[in-house]
Each structure stands twice: as C-alpha cells, then as structure tokens.
Design a protein around this ligand. Structure first.
Ligand code: HEM
Length: 340
C-alpha cells in the first residue's frame, strides 16, 4: 500500500473510476462476500444513488420524523418525563444502537451502522472534557435557545443553527478518526498513474490510501492537535487547511481563492485536512443526513439528561488500521427536570 503525501490528496482523489477503483477495493477491505448477506446488495451500487439523490433533498420532511423517533427512543431507554430522576447506568454502544436505529428507521428503512460509532465517540469526548471549560453548559444553552426559537420542535433550519454542536462533532471526528490510514483505492489504469510533483509511477494493482490520523493530528493545521477543543471549528480564524500547509508556493498561488477564504466549517464541509467523511468524488453522500441526526441526538440529550463526567476517556481499540470504539463502555445518565 502506498500512503499519499497529504498535498496530493486533492488531485489524486479526483481521478476517475477507470483509473482509481473504490468499490472492488472496498469489497475486498470489508470482505462484503462474508459481511453482507445479499450478493445483490453487496455488488449493486443502487443505494449510493438513493442516498446521493433522495435523502439529502428530503431532509426537511425527514427531520421531524427522525426527531420524534429519537425522543421516543430516549424516553424508553434513558428514562421518560414521568420516570424517577435517578442516575441510571447505560451501555453506550447498546443505547446508541437502539436510539439511532430507531430514529433512522423513523426517517427511512435501514440504518447505516457507521453512525453509532460517531455518537459514542462524541459522548466520550464531551463528557470526559474538563468541566471547567464549560463546553456542556455552552452547548446546552445553544440547544435550548435554538429549540425555543423553533417553537419546541426540530426542523431542518433549526438543526442548521446548532453551530457549536456542529463544531463539537467535527472536533470529535477529527480527534478520533475511524482509521489511522483510510480511503483505500486501487490503481486500475493499465498504465498506472504518475503522481504529481514527484513523478513517482504507481503501477496498476497498487493500493493507495491517505494518512488520516497524521493529518488530523498535525500541529501546523490544528494547534494543540491532541486536545479536544470543542469550539475549534466555530471560530473561522482557527481554520487552516492542507493547501496552506503542504502546498508549494506556485500551487498555492493557483489555489489562492480557497486558501484565503476562512469560513467556519460545518462537519459536512469536506476538506483534505478533515477526512471523517472521506474526500473527493466518493466522499460520503449520507453525511448531511448523519450530521442532522447526530446534532438532534446531542441537543436532545443535553436538554433532557445529565450525563456523569468521566474522569478518563475510553480509548478506541486499534485493529489493523481501524480504530474501533470499545464495546464495554458505560455511562451514567439522569433525566433532567427542566427542559427549556
Ligand atoms: C457519522 C456517520 C458516517 C460516517 C462517519 C461516514 C463516513 C463515510 C466515509 C469516510 C466514506 C468514504 C469512504 C471512502 O472514500 O473510501 C463514506 C462513503 C459512503 N457513505 Fe458514509 N458515513 C456516515 C454515514 C452515512 C449514512 C447515514 C449514509 C446513508 C444514508 C452513508 C452512505 C454512504 C455511501 C453510499 C458511501 C459511498 C459513496 C461512494 O462510494 O460514492 N454514510 N462514508
């Protein structure tokens, strides 16, 4: 496997599928023959088009349905309005699995598993952060004012206004990439490819990938990169990207428009310094849906529950190049009395 230098990601990941294969490579890395029960589902790309063309477009309709289901799930598994206000231990993985599966099914049939992991990680980061930083209170204030302004129900527009929660999710995904290296592709062009700048020839059949964790932990892109700074992405002056940091001067000139524009980035914004949703032509088309659901999940949780502070954040399990959340994690939660 060849790990690409970060400054080549943008160019190489825009190559067409006739040059760089994703789907056969993914089938091989996740062994779909054994892990997906139906060959048609494993081999036919129809779901990608459904996600790309239907789901994001219909988020306005899907959001209230998803929010209703989430509320029902939380009431059932974490304690409802009429339940005693007592601390209750919940297994994070199980709780997220049930809640997210229910909410996604509320919106459409079939919940993608990748979301459970992200929410687990965000909870761990948020509730193990130093309480004196005040992240939980600030996020709760945001959730409360946005929810009140929306008249007490979640809409697509209200969810968009949850800017601090969005930044917290992006920061958690940055600090906890799902893999050390990721986005594997195989060179399928008979003549191989010639990498820009160095001119290195990569032969047909070679697998390439990106150094996801080293990029996410790069101090020149993210000052104090090992620290969980929940509002890092809410502050546009903090935003740099790979174009700023790795690109040669002449290329930088050509990218000037991009490089000088500093805007707070939503978690759904793709850039080559944040690879949580992939990059280039095969970046995750479900990210708007996933982000919408994660934001409602966190807002609802903050408004309705206390979560006990964790002295130590559970570490993920390194498995080959993947970083998996540990299955045994537990947290203590308690229904709150006042909502807004
Ligand atoms: C937090 C949740 C999610 C994360 C972190 C995530 C992450 C990713 C990443 C990193 C990729 C790119 C893989 C690569 O380039 O090798 C991807 C692709 C994809 N994701 Fe997601 N995803 C999430 C949720 C979803 C949801 C909810 C859906 C569907 C509703 C979805 C559907 C897809 C599809 C269809 C692709 C393949 C796109 C293509 O090959 O062109 N994802 N996802």
């Amino acid at each position: 496997m060849i790990i690409l230098p970060p400054r080549l990601i943008k160019k190489v990941y825009s190559l067409p599928e006739t040059t760089l294969d994703i789907h056969a490579t993914q089938s091989e890395t996740i062994q779909t023959r054994w892990t997906v029960w139906d060959k048609e589902v494993a081999d036919n790309d129809f779901q990608i088009n459904v996600v790309r063309h239907q789901i994001t477009r219909n988020l306005e309709t899907l959001t209230p349905l998803m929010a209703d289901e989430l509320k029902r799930g939380f009431d059932r598994w974490w304690g409802g309005e009429d339940d005693a206000r007592e601390w209750k231990e919940v297994k994070v993985w199980d709780a997220c699995l049930k809640l997210i599966a229910g909410a996604s099914n509320g919106a459409f049939c079939g919940a993608p598993l990748c979301e459970f992991k992200e929410i687990r990680l965000q909870e761990s980061d948020l509730f193990s952060s130093d309480p004196s930083l005040g992240y939980v209170d600030a996020l709760r204030d945001e959730a409360s004012s946005v929810f009140a302004k929306a008249g007490g129900s979640w809409t697509r527009d209200a969810v968009r206004d949850l800017k601090l929660i969005d930044s917290t999710i992006r920061e958690s995904m940055r600090l906890n990439p799902f893999a050390i290296v990721g986005l594997p592709r195989t060179v399928v062009h008979p003549e191989g490819i010639k990498l820009p700048v160095s001119g290195v020839h990569v032969a047909k059949g070679t697998m390439i990938a990106v150094p996801m964790e080293p990029i996410h932990y790069d101090e020149s892109i993210y000052p104090q990169a090992r620290k969980f700074n929940a509002f890092r992405f809410a502050d546009p002056s903090n935003i740099t990207n790979i174009v700023d940091n790795f690109t040669a001067k002449d290329e930088l000139e050509a990218e000037k428009a991009d490089a000088t524009e500093k805007k707070a980035k939503s978690t759904a914004t793709l850039d080559d310094a944040f690879l949580g949703f992939g990059f280039g032509r095969h970046a995750c088309p479900g990210r708007f849906f996933a982000l919408n659901e994660m934001k409602i999940f966190i807002a609802h949780m903050l408004l309705n529950y206390d979560v006990e502070h964790m002295a130590i954040r559970p570490r993920p399990l390194d498995t080959v190049w993947l970083k998996l959340p540990l299955h045994g994690g537990k947290i203590r939660v308690r229904r709150r009395t006042s909502v807004i």
